[in-house]
Design a protein around this ligand. Structure first.
Ligand code: IPM
Ligand code: MN
Length: 321
């Protein structure tokens, strides 16, 4: 029986993740759940954001359902965002971020292990200069493009490679070159490319014109994918409806809503649970429960959130069972 490790995290994570678990439980599938802790509150209590016991539970499970954790804006000695640690630990190179609505139907496939998230930052000149190294490798560029091509085959067979190679000639240049090299093995696909700034404009424009979706699958580097996926979420119904999956080579996955821990509304029972529920649907897909995942998706997308986490969750469950 597949085991799912459930990590609420901070803030509204403790509201939306239990809601998603309620929906999963209502499906009566042979799944077992174990909960584990991580996040800023955990860090403040035990000195570690992702305790060893949590990692051990994650290692011994088939999928991880993750809420959100608070990321302080400035450096806190010893603190590192647990989602970044999980991505690194399990080498979850593929971040899938679908967005659908308002004329858009796009899957952003974000490289999840390197780029500007390589953690190679330093200060020089006594603190007056700060430098970040953006690491792009042929290996990571090729494997993320391969994953994106496979997804495009299952969708509308169109892939757009998004970069900024006109300025970042070496890093984006390598990403672009390796991405095109991979797509050469997928003659069934229509392959296009675009610059990240104009892609942002086109995403916005496509919703305004509702002239159908220019994009089907987008493959891009880490930070560009982070930003474009929030944009796509905002354009298609907001972060309340934006799920994501972080998948590794062996199929191991962490499933999390795109939204953060929203400390401003935490504890009031008003957080929108649909992004977490849609993330749980991606988790079911990954465990080969595609049919049930489809039901969950449909129910969540057809339910409006009117302000109560519990009421929305119950309405969704009612639509499914
Ligand atoms: C996301 C988040 C994370 C990221 C943060 C919390 C580290 O914004 O999953 O999109 O930047 O990847
Ligand atoms: Mn983000």
């Amino acid at each position: 029986m597949p085991t799912i490790t459930v990590i609420n995290g901070d803030g509204i994570g403790a509201e939306v993740i239990p809601a998603a678990v309620q929906v999963l439980e209502a499906l009566n599938l042979p799944l077992s759940f174990q909960s584990a802790e991580a996040g800023f509150a955990t860090f403040e209590r035990v000195g570690e954001a992702l305790p060893r016991e949590t990692l051990a539970l994650c290692e011994a499970s088939d999928a991880i359902l993750f809420g959100a954790t608070q990321s302080p804006m400035s450096k806190v000695a010893g603190y590192q965002s647990p989602i970044l640690s999980l991505r690194r630990h399990f080498d979850l190179f593929c971040n899938l971020r679908p967005a659908q609505g308002n004329g858009l139907n796009v899957l952003i496939v974000r490289e999840n292990t390197e780029g500007l998230y390589s953690r190679r930052e330093r200060v020089e000149d006594g603190g007056s200069t700060a430098i970040a190294e953006r690491v792009i490798t042929a290996y990571a560029s090729e494997r993320i493009t391969r994953a994106a091509c496979e997804w495009a085959l299952k969708r509308r067979k169109k892939l757009t490679i998004i970069h900024k190679a006109n300025v970042l000639k070496e890093t984006c240049g390598l990403f672009r070159e390796r991405a095109f090299a991979v797509t050469a093995h997928y003659p069934e696909l229509i392959v296009e490319e675009g610059l990240v700034d104009s892609a942002a404009m086109h995403l916005a424009q496509d919703t305004l014109n509702s002239d159908g979706s220019r994009y089907d699958v987008i493959v891009t580097t880490n930070l560009f994918g982070d930003i474009l996926s929030d944009l796509a979420a905002g354009l298609t119904g907001g972060l309340g409806l934006a799920p994501s999956a972080n998948i590794g080579a062996n199929g191991h996955g962490v499933f999390e809503p795109v939204h953060g821990s929203a400390p401003d509304i935490a504890g009031q029972g008003i957080a929108d649970p649909r992004a977490a529920i849609l993330s749980a649907a991606m988790l079911l897909d990954n465990l080969s429960y595609g049919e049930q995942a489809g039901h969950m998706r449909e129910a969540a997308r057809n339910t409006t959130h009117t302000g109560s986490t519990q009421a929305t969750t119950e309405a969704i469950i009612e639509r499914i069972v």
